[in-house]
Design a protein around this ligand. Structure first.
Ligand SMILES: [Zn+2]
Length: 322
C-alpha cells in the first residue's frame, strides 16, 4: 500500500524535503528556537523584560540584544544534555511521523550508526511527550471497546480468563469521522469493570453522544450517562447492523497490534501506554500529512520535567527484531 498517494500534494513531506529544510544541527537549532520563542523574542532575566535574541556563532546559544545574557533554546527539553546530535533527533521524529505502523530503534541504528541503546532511548523520550490527556472527544457518535495486550489468547473474544495477569487491558474510545477526522483515546487500565468504564465515560465522552459498544456486561450501565447506547451482539456473530458496529475502534486495535507485533515485536506493560500514545497521536492527525512531523517537533520543543531518578543505567527491555 502506498500511503503517499493519498496525501494531497501540499501536505507531502519527503526525505528530500527534510534534508533541504534541516541540512545540519544549526538549522534544527534555529527551528527549536522559533518553536519555543517565535521571532526570537523572549524574556531576559537580567533586563527583566522581553528582548530579541541573536544566535551566537558556533555555539548552541542565543544572546539578548540589549545586555548579552545568553539562553539555550534546548534547555529544559529532551535535547538538553543529550550527546546525540539535534539533527539526529529531528531525523528520528521525521521517521516516527512518516509511518503509520511505528519505527523500530533497529532501523535508526542501521541508518545512522548510533547504538541501539541510544536509538531506543531517543524513541522512548519522544514517545513520552505524545500523550493527549487533555484532549476532549467531541464526536456525536463514538465507539467504545476494550483490547487486551500480551499474555496468550484464550477464546474467540480475546478477553482474559479470570486471574490472567499477563494481559494489560486497554479501553479505547474513538469518534466516528464526520466533518473532521475521528480521533481516538486509548487508555491502559488496571482492570476492566463497569466502574472503570463509567469513570472513563464520565471523563471523556460528552453526554450528548451516541455510544456504540458490544454486548459485554461492563457496558451495561452506559445508557444512563449518554444520549443513546447502541450495542452489537458479537456473541451471536453479528458484526454490523445498520450503523451499529464497533469496526472503527477495532480498526485502531488492529493497527496497534500489527504495529507493535510487526515493528516492536513486543512491549512491556510499563511502556504500553506510551506506545498507545504514539499510535493515537498519529491516528488523530492522519489527514494532516507533513503537519504530523510539525506536531512532533512542537511536542519535542516543550519543556519536560526533570527525571526524578536519573535513568542512565536503564537498558532496553527487549531487542526489537527488525
Ligand atoms: Zn537582556
Amino acid at each position: 500500500m502506498n500511503r503517499r498517494q493519498t496525501i494531497p500534494k501540499h501536505l507531502r513531506y519527503t526525505i528530500s524535503d527534510f534534508n533541504r529544510q534541516f541540512p545540519d544541527d544549526s538549522a534544527c537549532l534555529e527551528d527549536v528556537m522559533q518553536l519555543r520563542f517565535p521571532g526570537n523574542v523572549t524574556f531576559c532575566d537580567k533586563c527583566q523584560q522581553e528582548r530579541k535574541h541573536y544566535r551566537i556563532k558556533g555555539r548552541p546559544v542565543y544572546s539578548c540584544d540589549h545586555c548579552g545574557t545568553q539562553i539555550s533554546p534546548m534547555a529544559g527539553t529532551i535535547f538538553e544534555h543529550s550527546s546525540t546530535s539535534l539533527r539526529l533527533w529531528y531525523y528520528a521524529m521525521y521517521l516516527m511521523a512518516s509511518t503509520r505502523c511505528g519505527i523500530s530503534a533497529k532501523q535508526i541504528q542501521r541508518e545512522t550508526g548510533v547504538t541501539y541503546k541510544t536509538a531506543w532511548r531517543m524513541f522512548k523520550q519522544i514517545r513520552s511527550l505524545l500523550s493527549e490527556t487533555d484532549m476532549q472527544l467531541e464526536g456525536s457518535a463514538v465507539e467504545m471497546d476494550e483490547m487486551y495486550y500480551g499474555g496468550t489468547s484464550k477464546g474467540h473474544t480475546g478477553r482474559p480468563m479470570r486471574g490472567d495477569k499477563q494481559k494489560s487491558p486497554v479501553i479505547g474510545i474513538v469518534e466516528r469521522s464526520g466533518k473532521r477526522v475521528g480521533r481516538v483515546k486509548a487508555l491502559v487500565t488496571p482492570d476492566v469493570t463497569s466502574e472503570r468504564v463509567m469513570g472513563i465515560v464520565h471523563e471523556h465522552i460528552l453526554p450528548k453522544s451516541t455510544v456504540f459498544t458490544d454486548e459485554y456486561i461492563i457496558y451495561d450501565r452506559l445508557g444512563a450517562r449518554v444520549k443513546e447506547h447502541k450495542r452489537i451482539n458479537h456473541s451471536s456473530k453479528v458484526y454490523v447492523m445498520g450503523d451499529v458496529h464497533t469496526n472503527t475502534i477495532e480498526g485502531f486495535w488492529s493497527l496497534v497490534k500489527r504495529g507493535i507485533g510487526g515493528v516492536y515485536h513486543s512491549v512491556s506493560q510499563k511502556y504500553l501506554q506510551t506506545y498507545l500514545d504514539e499510535y493515537s497521536f498519529r491516528y488523530n492527525r492522519r489527514d494532516q500529512g507533513n503537519l504530523i512531523f510539525r506536531a512532533f517537533l512542537q511536542r519535542a520543543s516543550q519543556l519536560v520535567a526533570p527525571p526524578a531518578v536519573k535513568d542512565s543505567g536503564m537498558t532496553p527491555a527487549i531487542q526489537e527484531p527488525f
